[in-house]
Design a protein around this ligand. Structure first.
Ligand SMILES: *[C@@H]1O[C@H](CO)[C@@H](O)[C@H](O)[C@H]1NC(C)=O
Length: 395
């Protein structure tokens, strides 16, 4: 009697263990099982939303799985609050925006995550199909503004790994009102003459990290808007594009400042700017302070180092006042390479609030194999190490 009894006990123990283990594996929702089609032609929005609401409703960690193939999606909003803080979206496939740009062109964004806490997006490609809209904008016809490809709004603990964004209508990735966001291994690719296709835009957000990413696009590779604090950008290759830019600031009279930004180890190739801070020439409560640009290589960059407080693209409707944006404690350290224009270092600061605490350390920029030039207006600061072109900062 004793023997069969103990095997029965073993079997029960085994079953308990088996179910325990299977529960520990996060539940996975495959969009194909929920009706998505990988043909790139059938709108799969509903299947993706179903997968999201199941993952978001789960009280345990959950995964949304997107297998290889092309999935056509219209505007989709993935909304929290969720019942768990551990959702993974695993993308082996490509998400494709509608080929007619009018479908999402006035929707603000294409794919939007809002009020989510604890989300990883791993792999995958987003194809914004923006080329038609860029052409429309170039003809000067009336065209929709265009949609941001991927936006995170009012969300926390977001991890983006190895995501590729192609040919966005407007911005590629926007991080707005978020805390603790880590983007790494991101690739952004769009034509160098595509309008307003910023790579990654960060604003009103803290503790955002962007690492090991390659961005080539028609506007800023990374743009940093009001209210960005504790931002870390490391090992980014930029080009084509307009560089890594803080601003435009001072768009509004009442505006949050930008504080504690580090840009470390960046390469700029054939870009319009390298590291830039820009503000409109009008009164504002805004500021930019505690900024470090460290270890940058410039390859044939139009404006490698620039602060422009009279920012006014196309010289249309320029406010032409002194900028209220206060710029202070900006360090440029170990910045080398070639400028595509004679003036490689330009500090055009506010006459009302001169830039202060600008520090140049080991900066060497050449133009046509000659030392480049520097130009300063209302800029105070200091120099250490070898600095070429020689500084024009007021000590
Ligand atoms: C500045 O931001 C970094 C993250 O980018 C953070 O580690 C550091 O503590 C912040 N410094 C201050 C003084 O807040």
């Amino acid at each position: 009697m004793a023997k069969p009894m103990s095997s029965f006990v073993l079997l029960v123990l085994f079953l308990i263990l088996f179910f325990h283990l299977s529960l520990a594996i996060p539940v996975t929702y495959n969009v194909l099982s929920l009706g998505a089609k990988s043909d790139g032609k059938t709108d799969s929005s509903k299947a993706f939303l179903d997968a999201w609401s199941k993952a978001c409703g789960s009280t345990e960690a959950a995964t949304v799985y997107v297998p290889p193939g092309r999935f056509l999606l219209g505007k989709v909003e993935f909304k929290g609050q969720c019942n768990n803080n551990d959702i993974v979206i695993r993308l082996d496939g490509t998400l494709v925006a509608p080929s007619d740009y009018n479908v999402i062109g006035n929707a603000g964004n294409w794919l939007m995550f809002e009020h989510v806490n604890g989300l990883s997006i791993n792999g995958g490609t987003l194809d914004g199909q923006g080329a038609g809209l860029w052409t429309c904008k170039k003809t000067g016809k009336s065209c929709p503004n265009g949609a941001t490809t991927l936006e995170f709004s009012n969300s926390n603990n977001i991890f983006i790994n190895g995501l590729t964004s192609l040919n966005s209508q407007m911005f590629h990735i926007v991080i707005n009102g978020c805390n603790i966001v880590k983007a790494q291994g991101v690739k952004v690719s769009a034509s160098g003459i595509s309008p307003n296709t910023d790579g990654i835009h960060v604003q009103s957000s803290s503790d955002v990290t962007i690492m090991n990413s390659r961005i080539g696009t028609g506007d800023d590779c990374v743009s940093i808007g009001p209210g960005a604090t504790n931002l870390w950008i490391e090992n980014v290759a930029c080009g084509p594009g307009h560089g890594i830019s803080i601003g435009s600031l001072g768009k509004d009279q009442e505006e949050a400042g930008v504080q504690n930004v580090t840009v470390k180890t960046a390469t700029f190739t054939g870009t319009q700017n390298g590291v830039r801070i820009k503000s409109w020439g009008r009164p504002s409560s805004g500021f930019a302070r505690n900024i470090l640009f460290q270890h940058a290589i410039m390859n044939n960059v139009q404006n490698p180092i620039v602060i422009d407080q009279n920012y006014c693209p196309d010289n249309k409707n320029c406010p032409d006042q002194a900028s209220g944006v206060k710029i202070s404690d900006v360090t440029y350290q170990d910045i080398h390479g070639t400028s595509a224009s004679e003036v490689a270092v330009k500090f055009d600061c506010s006459s009302q609030y001169p830039c202060s605490g600008i520090s140049l350390e080991d900066v060497k920029l050449t133009y046509n194999n000659q030392p480049a030039e520097a130009s300063c207006s209302h800029a105070d600061g200091s120099v250490s190490g070898v600095v070429q072109p020689s500084s024009c900062l007021l000590q």
